[in-house]
Design a protein around this ligand. Sequence first.
Ligand code: SF4
Length: 341
Amino acid sequence: MTRLSAAQALESYRSADLLELGREASAVQKRLHPEGVVTFVGDRNINYTNVCVVGCLFCAFHRRPGDPEGYVLSIDQVVAKVEEAVAGGVTQILLQGGVNPAIPLSYYTELFRAVRRYPVHIHSLSPVEIAFLADREGVDAETILSKLREAGLDSLPGGGAEILSDRPRSIQSPRKIPASRWLSIMETAQRLGMKTTATMVYGSVETPAERIQHLLAIRDLQDRTGGFTAFIPWSYQPKNTSLGGKEAGGAEYLRMVAISRLTLDNVPNLQVSWVTQGLKLAQVALAFGANDFGGTMMEENVVRAAGVTFRARKEDIVAAIREAGYRPAQRDTYYRIRQEF
Ligand code: SF4
């Protein structure tokens, strides 16, 4: 299959028949994953702080410094959550917070050293947090990543990407790192040997061309490093945010999943976002190119702050995958199968 150019991807995204787009994306999914398995990982998100100075307009989760609803979890509190997660079969911990200037670098190194005593993979922090720590310590991102890696950080989730195009970023998150820095921190992490994922939050102020620009930025970096394990698109959740607006619909989600699968020919896995789209639409997305259900999300606070309350137990995810016609399997962070159901 020839690689889609930006113009071809945009044309398909805008004009192709939805079911035809889905058929093409499904053919790619079947070629990449011919065994008919759809995976998920046992994970827990722990938001160690909700205090953030970046103040993205689309974010309902954060609180400004000094806000009475602001919090920082102690290392003991995080460890208690990790213990509970391990007892519940979780293998991946996603620690992510706001950008809180009151938290020293030593908090992160001590935290990771404490968490790594448990049999979990630490898939934590986004390039936004790494950039802030680097700037505050007066060092480069590689120095921060190396220190955190030495303390136990295994891989980076793809948060903070939203739309990797500076025009929409300057509107919805003017104090956030530009697209180029997000990409360069991911490249640095990948060159250090850390795997990462990439996300996309579409449906706010960006144009279709800027969505395609995002996909091509991920594809270009992946050509150089091969460090992305998965791509995860989801729709902007407008409730309780300063930016407001409407949520993109289900057909737009399926179109986005399909064009992602078709454009990102070098990223092996495409995750559905059941936590924002619900299990039923996630099932349908498996026929539009997706092959992974992401995490069991034992705890999730960011999307919930935007008024979205989809919840699922591991059994529900297994049943949803099976009902959609695939073999469910629990994986680890590196997509190695741990258990089939
Ligand atoms: S999205 Fe992240 S960086 Fe932006 S305000 Fe929310 S917590 Fe802060």
